[in-house]
Write a protein that binds this ligand. Structure first.
Ligand code: ADP
Ligand code: ZN
Ligand code: ZN
Length: 758
């Protein structure tokens, strides 16, 4: 059995219940226990309803019991204890406490973030059992005399099929492939029930699952990786599975999960937001032969609460979920897998700014289970940990099966004529691939029609009125085939003016190309060939992309897309990946930009030739000699990491230092800056004495988007050589910052380990 943290010892005579409430105050609230409390077990981890302020009552979670805070003059009592048994078990509560300390957020907010809406609002843990139908005694007596028809056929089945006292599960009755399946059985069941002949009963959670299917034989590298996971013997150990795209990482996960299930334990698999496709789910379902629960942002609140309950009851044996699935209770945990561990969607960018991968390691340690991180392009953080020996570094160097790696070629487009950003060589290559019966992916990481609308007569360009200042313009993106302007930062929309607002001229021209314009150009260039655009504009709904791709099929055609297409759905017929317009990314101020660009390029290139068809990747650039491209093309992602890590170290950037970002916004820039200056004084007053802590505060400086939706935004960047000194300063300074009058005039937030600085 893995070691678990002991739950808080029961205190026989608690004078107060310490409650975490969903309020932006960094403190807990003491209440007297409700009447009759002594009859029930320890309330720690249970939800309660408590009186709060003038607004009435709030739902909170009891996180401790103990002597009442003597500072409270007039203590109030808990109105209602909602849960009899704790909703948060010992490990989960302890891990979330750690997260609250690490993000410096109120525990009540962290607990609220961890819960699906209905549970946060005090609703009971929902039912997760399945339903079955069974014949009553009266039904058994009446059956021989029943008139032929659906009810009689169903009654016969209920009698024949049922285990004593159980019934026939609804999923079995639903199964149209079953011999003797009764069409419209629900109506027949209702008719039986009305006469008292049948009844609906709750049964154990559905065990109906497909027979586990066999997978391919593992190759030696895959086998070595699986062996390394098994060698952890179910105990905490981080492993980094560093395998090129298509090398069979998912096969390794499936074997590790099967072993976890065989040990009688639960497995949690985290995937990026766009990685949770029906394709992925059905691969897990058919291979594992157990029900697989999915948890993602597309689920209704009630459904999320049911998955939570199923996990908490140990009924969910395998959960595949996006970021927030890391908050699920796992009473029988045996394994945590994080696929595409480098993916940016694991970091939450508002509210509690946690990183699901980092928190997964904390929970893995607390639960004492192995944590398997996988990626073709590991984050530099994880690579450094692997190279330092903190993670076991597992490599899959070759594509699995017969698939060959794609050939990558650079097209120098300097001085070449471009049509919607596409060079003649690129267009010729697309033609060739289509003629050969292949599918083409044109990758452009910019949606919309054109990034800028420019007046050719006077130089005016369209800027967002809500986000721009005279010093910092924010261009609006041209959409709607050139008729509409939209700000990608605040969402503001307007029509393209008929004439230039500055000079009245009519020479307004869209500059550059986004996915919409490329789509138009390709449709004009390749009439008769299907052209499908996939980006956030074309696929608002979650399943829209799947549907569009299904319609697209595998006949020759062109896909145009942003990074939404860089991963997720497998496109088996893809033989050419055309990468256009990556040059912006080569010259960004963000120290993480090279890493993000390298990951994106490798992931996009990996889409080509995944099946038995060989693939080709063409990369069009004005900077063919750029060191990043050269390193990547000649040595792959590993070589890129070899040159990038020393540069990060020399500049003392993460992962060789640790950062926190204090953001503030207000209508007037002076107000935001006054708050940050006050905060800076506090941080400096508590700065560590040792010089080797390398503690630094920079700012206030304008945020990368200094004005957004009418608010002025400024920030303060803190950095230190280690986590410890950084957190010590934050712990010491934040109470005064919370309490300062300047804090009430701004919206502010703290982001520990920020991903987007610029
Ligand atoms: P990754 O997760 O690394 O991108 P996958 O696990 O999806 O790779 O595997 C890529 C393809 O190769 C899949 O179609 C998979 O079925 C196949 N595959 C994986 N391992 C093997 C193997 N050992 N032998 C043959 N085919 C394999
Ligand atoms: Zn003009
Ligand atoms: Zn805007």
């Amino acid at each position: 059995m893995p070691a678990r943290p002991a739950s808080t010892p029961f205190s026989p005579d608690p004078t107060a219940w310490r409650v975490a409430l969903h309020v932006p105050l960094p403190r807990l609230f003491d209440y007297l226990p409700p009447a009759g409390a002594a009859a029930l077990p320890d309330p720690v981890g249970c939800r309660v309803r408590v009186p709060f302020g003038r607004s009435g009552d709030k739902i909170g979670v009891v996180v401790a019991t103990g002597p009442l805070d003597p500072a409270i003059g007039d203590p109030k009592a808990v109105l209602e204890r909602i849960d009899e048994a704790p909703l948060f078990d010992g490990e989960l509560l302890a891990s979330l406490r750690w997260l609250a300390r690490y993000t410096h957020a109120p525990l009540g907010e962290v607990l609220a973030t961890a819960l699906p809406g209905p549970l946060r609002h005090g609703e009971p843990l929902p039912d997760t059992h399945a339903w079955a139908w069974r014949l009553t005694g009266a039904g058994a007596t009446a059956l021989p005399g029943m008139r032929a028809g659906r009810p009689a056929r169903l009654a016969t089945q209920l009698q024949a099929g049922q285990d004593p006292g159980a019934g026939v599960a609804e999923d079995r009755l639903d199964d149209g492939d079953r011999p003797g399946h009764v069409e419209d059985w629900r109506a027949a069941a209702r008719s039986l029930a009305k006469r008292g002949f049948a009844e609906r009963v709750a049964i154990a959670p559905s065990a109906v699952a497909p027979e586990p299917g066999a997978g391919p034989r593992l190759n030696p590298d895959q086998q070595a990786a699986v062996d390394a996971v098994l060698a952890t013997d179910g105990h905490f150990h981080p492993l980094l599975l560093d395998g090129v795209t298509g090398s069979g990482k998912t096969e390794v996960y499936l074997h590790a999960i099967a072993d976890c299930l065989a040990r009688g334990r639960q497995a949690l698999v985290l995937v990026p937001e766009i990685g949770l496709t029906p394709q992925t789910l059905s691969r897990f379902r058919t291979r594992l032969g157990v029900p697989v629960h999915a948890l993602h942002s597309g689920l209704a609140d009630g459904e999320r609460a049911r998955v939570w309950a199923a996990a908490a009851r140990g009924e969910a044996r395998v959960v595949v979920g996006t970021r927030s699935a890391i908050f699920l209770p796992l009473p029988d945990a045996g394994l945590i897998v994080i696929d595409e561990e480098h993916d940016g969607s694991f970091k939450q960018l508002d509210g509690i700014r946690y990183h699901a991968r980092d928190f997964a390691l904390v929970r893995g340690k607390a639960l004492d289970v192995p944590v398997l991180l996988g990626s073709a392009t590991p984050s530099l953080e994880s690579l450094r940990n692997a190279r330092a020996g903190r993670y076991t570094h597992l490599r899959l160097r070759e594509r699995a099966g017969n698939a060959r790696p794609p050939r990558v070629r650079v097209i120098d487009v300097r001085k070449r004529p471009l049509d919607a950003g596409l060079s003649p060589e690129m267009l010729a290559a697309i033609q060739q691939a289509l003629d050969a019966g292949g599918q083409v992916l044109v990758f452009k990481n910019r949606r919309g029609y054109a990034p800028v609308l420019l007046c050719h007569d006077c130089g005016w360009s369209a800027q967002c009125p809500r986000c721009s200042t005279p010093l910092h313009g924010t261009p609006m993106t041209v959409h709607g085939a050139g008729r509409r302007l939209q700000c990608h930062h605040c969402g503001a929309r307007q029509r393209v003016p008929d004439a230039c607002p500055d000079c009245g001229g009519l020479a307004l021209q869209p500059q550059g190309a986004g996915t919409e314009r490329i789509e138009d150009a390709l449709k004009a260039r390749f009439p008769g060939t299907p052209v499908l655009r996939i980006d956030r504009g074309s696929t608002q709904r979650r399943d829209a992309m799947e549907q569009l791709l299904a319609e697209f099929g595998d006949a020759p055609g062109i896909l145009v897309g942003t990074q939404m297409l860089a991963k997720g759905h497998d496109i088996a017929g893809l033989t050419l990946v055309a990468v256009v317009g990556i040059d912006e990314g080569l010259f960004s101020a963000d120290f993480r930009a090279p890493e993000k660009l390298a990951q994106l390029l490798v992931q996009v290139a990996g889409r080509a030739g995944r099946a038995d068809k060989p693939g080709e990747v063409l990369l069009q650039t004005h900077h063919p000699g750029h060191p990043l491209l050269e390193t990547l093309l000649n040595g792959g992602y590993g070589a890129f990491a070899d040159t990038e890590l020393p540069q990060r170290e020399a500049a003392a950037f993460p992962p060789f230092s640790h950062m926190a970002l204090l953001r503030a916004e207000a209508r007037q820039v002076e107000v935001a800056e006054a708050f940050l200056r006050m905060a800076r004084h506090q941080f400096e007053a508590h700065a560590p004495a040792q010089a080797d802590a390398a503690f630094e505060v920079q700012g206030p400086i304008p945020a990368p988007m200094p004005r957004r939706a009418g608010y002025q935004r400024s920030q303060l960047l803190l950095s230190a050589a280690g986590r410890r000194p950084l957190h010590a300063v934050l712990d010491a300074a934040l109470p005064a910052i919370h309490a300062a009058p300047e804090a009430r005039k701004v919206r502010w937030s703290l982001d520990v380990d920020p991903i987007d600085l610029y």
